[in-house]
Design a protein around this ligand. Sequence first.
Ligand code: SF4
Ligand code: SF4
Length: 193
Amino acid sequence: MANKGDNLPVSAMPIDGTFPTGTAQWEKRNLAQEIPVWDQAVCIQCGKCAMVCPHAVIRPKVVEPALLANAPATLKSRDAIDRDWKGLKYILQVSPEDCTGCGLCVEICPAKNKTETRFKAINMKPQPPLRESERENWNFFLSLPDLDRRKINATKINQQQVQRPLFEFSGACSGCGETPYVKLLSQLYGDRR
Ligand code: SF4
Ligand code: SF4
């Protein structure tokens, strides 16, 4: 990350050759000039944006309303539409500093704003003015519990996508067409082989 890899002596490597995983979360690359912004009133909560994101940056969660009592002022949520989630709140959150700005999530989004058809349920907007508030929202989002996996119908994309991805923020090229599948496998099967 600091471009000093060539200075590392072999003795600095782990003695058994294994390295910790899940470390991409610590490297905030801030690549995106624009990030997706959710319009919760237009969203049909289909989960396709999260499914297609190559970097596990846009994610849904479904939680008890009481858990949002101390949410940051700019965190968005809406009543969950799926009948299995009656009484729960649906959140679609982006990690602003991990987004690459590829726009695939907006491309795939099937929901159009009926009053202004050039807009969808997510729309790209400049990242810098949103960085601070969305970072706070993302950190709060991460602190919310995941839904019990036993209660998720993994044959429905909207429900399956609330499974936590264990392959996240990969350094793959922006808009990669392979990493969403690796991510999906990590959601479906966790750390089991
Ligand atoms: S713009 Fe690309 S990286 Fe960012 S949330 Fe959408 S699909 Fe993911
Ligand atoms: S793809 Fe569009 S409609 Fe579907 S969950 Fe994402 S923002 Fe909502």
